[in-house]
Each structure stands twice: as C-alpha cells, then as structure tokens.
Design a protein. Structure first.
Length: 264
C-alpha cells in the first residue's frame, strides 16, 4: 500500500532551509527493515510514496556511496549503514548509563531485559542484556522496532502522555491484530493506558507474538518526565504473570528509582 512521503508536511511549508532531496534519501533508507531487507525500486517507491525515478536516484546514490548494494533487481543496505546508527549510540550518554542496570536486571532474573524509547508511533530498542547461558531467550536487537500500541514498552510511555495526545497518536497509526489477544480498538487501548497509568507498569501477554510475554515500567528523569521504558521479555511457558509481578517487578522498580537520580 502506497504511503505518504513522511516529510511531506515540512516540504509543503516551502522552508528554504529544508533540503528535500536529503529528506527523500532518508525516507528511502527508513523503508528497509526486518521484513524488508531486499527491495526493488518499485517496492520502495510504493512503500515510501515517491516516484520511481526519485527512488531510483536515491538508491543508486546510496549504492555509489557504499551504503547499499544492488544485484540487478534487489537493493539492500550494507554494514556501512551501521556508521549512522553508531554515531547516535556512541554520542548518547543515556545508553551507557542504563546498560549496567540492564545487565544487573538480567543477572538477577535470568531473563532478557531491554530499554526503548518512542519514535513516532513505534518503540525503538536502544539497549539490551541477555543471559548467555540460556538456550532460549526473548530478544529484540538494538535498533529493532515495534508498534507502540501493542508493546508493553510503548504503553508505559504513552500512559504518561495527556490522554488527547495519546489518543491522537493511536488513531493516526495502523493497529493490526497480531494475535487473538492483541488490543486494537481505541476504547480498549485507552482503557489499558489508564490501567497502566494507575498501576505503574504494563504487562503484555501474547499481544505482540504467540508464546511471548513481557512486563515494563517507565523510566523517569530527575524532572519527573517519562523518557523511556524498561522491560523484561519471557517465554510464556517458562514464566507466569504471577511470577513476573512477585519477583521481577520489585527489582525493576528499584532500578527505576535508582536511574531517576542519574537520567538528566
């Protein structure tokens, strides 16, 4: 399905400081992901909502610069693209602050832990910790994304927003039903955000994938603003909701409290 060029609103303002060609190149890069690793020019054009000729020039430029490769039909991103992500990771003190706490959380619980922030209508994983002795773990790669409406990490962040803003974001995004447990209606999601706001944590029970369960708490800075979310992901058959609440949540709340003194 063809989507609107994501920076169209800025482009429409005719801001002389806005470089349209650069924005289009970024939009093309953002199309690639876990499910779209190899794409044709037509597929990219359809997903980003730009003309084929424009997309072709963007992709060939990326290829010329070493950020993409082309096999005659499909384009894919190259490891050189990691330079862009590493520039952010290496320049963000937040990540170096939270990483030791994630490792502590995983060491105490034996489960995968992660921190994510909101980017538009998605959460982006910024850091994680895994138990290397576990044969089966639940993990999202750093840089991985999930729709915020269904993720425990997304809900603890959205629950801190004014209700009208949270509703507007939810209404503006597609909300597919991933499993039969996934909440997708606006009334159901708003009720869930209210519940998360009251209890201070979110539990996702097989809403983002069969057999997957998670618990998340918000990370609050010194000024009282929710800046990110902290979660633990488990396999359903290994850990019950009751155990998550009894054993994991107290440890997570302690880390939440200690990080509040460190997050600017």
């Amino acid at each position: 399905m063809k989507t609107k060029f994501p920076y169209a609103a800025i482009l429409a303002e005719q801001d002389p400081e806005f470089i349209a060609g650069f924005a289009k190149g970024l939009a093309v890069i953002e199309v690639f992901g876990d499910q779209d690793q190899r794409l044709t020019i037509s597929q990219v054009a359809e997903r980003v909502g730009l003309e084929r000729a424009t997309v072709r020039r963007c992709l060939l430029t990326l290829t010329r610069l070493g950020y993409a490769e082309y096999d005659g039909k499909f384009f894919s991103l190259t490891p050189r693209m990691l330079r862009l992500g590493y520039a952010y990771l290496s320049s963000t003190p937040f990540i170096s602050i939270v990483q030791p706490f994630l490792e502590e959380l995983t060491r105490k619980t034996g489960e995968t832990s992660a921190v994510a922030r909101l980017d538009g209508a998605e959460i982006v994983y910024l850091a994680r910790a895994m138990d290397p002795t576990r044969a089966l773990t639940v993990s999202r790669s750093v840089g991985g994304r999930l729709p915020a409406y269904g993720a425990s990490l997304g809900r603890v962040i959205l629950a801190s927003w004014p209700e009208d803003q949270a509703r507007a974001l939810l209404e503006s995004t597609e909300r597919p039903k991933v499993t039969d447990k996934t909440l997708t209606s606006i009334p159901d999601l708003m009720a869930e955000l209210a519940r998360v706001r009251d209890q201070g944590y979110s539990i996702n029970d097989e809403e983002t994938g069969q057999g997957l369960r998670s618990i998340a708490v918000p990370l609050v800075d010194g000024a009282g603003r929710v800046t990110a979310g902290l979660n633990i992901g488990v396999v359903v058959r290994n850990v019950s909701v009751e155990r998550m609440l009894a054993e994991f949540l107290p440890i997570m709340l302690d880390i939440q409290r200690r990080l509040r003194q460190l997050i600017a």
